[in-house]
Design a protein. Structure first.
Length: 336
């Protein structure tokens, strides 16, 4: 591509009022759902993306009216017909076995523990690759949000760019009501409340961790989580419902650690006491329920049955799924 052609494709777009405070990477993913996080990060870190003439980090937040320099956006990868057969028949069957709900615009998967949502240097089997089970090009579903590798539960996909844009927009505007189940050490007091504690990412690559930070600290991001006790095993462990009002990396894990009740089976945010209580248990965190507007109108509510890893925790502590309300946060609002 010539320099002249590149210049012609550079655009300046303005941040809408309703988008005030949105992260740069999410702003890009809302408009171009086919972009990967890695692509957005590369464009930002190389200076191809600028806001009001200045460089910005992928996690930087935009203000209403800001001018965003948008470099040429790569087209979606369109593979040759039948190329999705690079997936083995077993992989195709596995991908389709995860479906909780599917219609013309939406797919909801029950993502298992240990399966990454997107690939990386050492990750070749992940949800994004498995989406080829539905076809390529316009037939290929699009990711609209993420779950940690070791978090199981509901993962939504959009069929087609318009559906993906609307779903991603609902997450970006924090209109999606997400309910997680978690088993934590101890018994929180009070047994229900809200955590308003900014978080900051430290470390690099696999050693990245979110820690509490002052809101004025450079790189700190506001983070809010509501929690409610569902049941408890004496003072040893509790089954909590968690609702993140913001979407920071590892937010629930970092917030529970911060209040002294780390999630069981968490090698990154746990401590010696929780590790001893966890024993062989894997991360006890499950995306149980999502409620949001369906792209075609009406409400979409999807629930995911717990994973075998989470069931092991329930059995160990004697919890019964029937004890939980459908939405333990009905009427709960953000603190600010």
């Amino acid at each position: 591509m010539t320099d002249e052609a590149t210049k012609r494709e550079v655009k300046t777009l303005y941040v809408a009022e309703a988008e005030d405070g949105i992260r740069l990477d999410r702003w890009f993913r809302r408009r171009w759902p086919h972009l990967s996080n890695i692509q957005v990060q590369k464009m930002a870190r190389s200076g191809q993306i600028r806001v009001d003439g200045a460089r910005i980090k992928p996690e930087g937040r935009l203000t209403a009216g800001a001018a965003v320099r948008v470099p040429p956006i790569p087209d979606p990868v369109v593979r040759a017909p039948g190329e999705h057969q690079a997936l083995s028949p077993a992989d195709v069957a596995f991908a389709r076995s995860l479906v909780l709900y599917e219609d013309d615009l939406v797919i909801a998967l029950n993502k298992p523990w240990g399966l990454a949502v997107q690939g990386g240097t050492k990750t070749t089997r992940h949800v994004d690759r498995l989406l080829s089970a539905w076809g390529e090009g316009m037939e290929r579903p699009r990711l609209v949000h993420r779950l940690d590798r070791d978090t199981s539960g509901v993962l939504l996909l959009g069929k087609g760019p318009e559906a993906a844009k609307r779903l991603a927009g609902a997450f970006a505007r924090r209109q999606a009501k997400k309910t997680y189940w978690a088993l934590v050490i101890g018994l929180p007091k009070p047994t229900a409340g809200q955590i308003d504690l900014a978080l900051k990412k430290t470390g690099i690559n696999d050693y990245e961790i979110m820690r509490p930070a002052d809101t004025k600290e450079n790189g700190a991001e506001p983070a809010e989580t509501a929690y409610a006790l569902i049941s408890h095993a004496g003072q040893r462990a509790s089954w909590l419902a968690l609702r993140p009002f913001t979407g920071r990396t590892h937010q629930l894990r970092a917030h529970m650690k911060a209040i002294g009740h780390p999630i069981l089976g968490d090698p990154k945010y746990g401590d010696e006491t929780s590790a001893e209580l966890s024993g062989p248990l894997k991360l006890q965190l499950h995306a149980r329920r999502i409620e949001l507007d369906h792209p075609s109108g009406g409400k979409l509510i999807v629930e995911a049955p717990i994973s075998p890893e989470m069931r092991a925790g329930f059995q160990h502590f004697g919890f019964d799924e029937g004890e939980a309300e459908a939405d333990p946060f009905a009427g709960v609002r953000r603190m600010r």
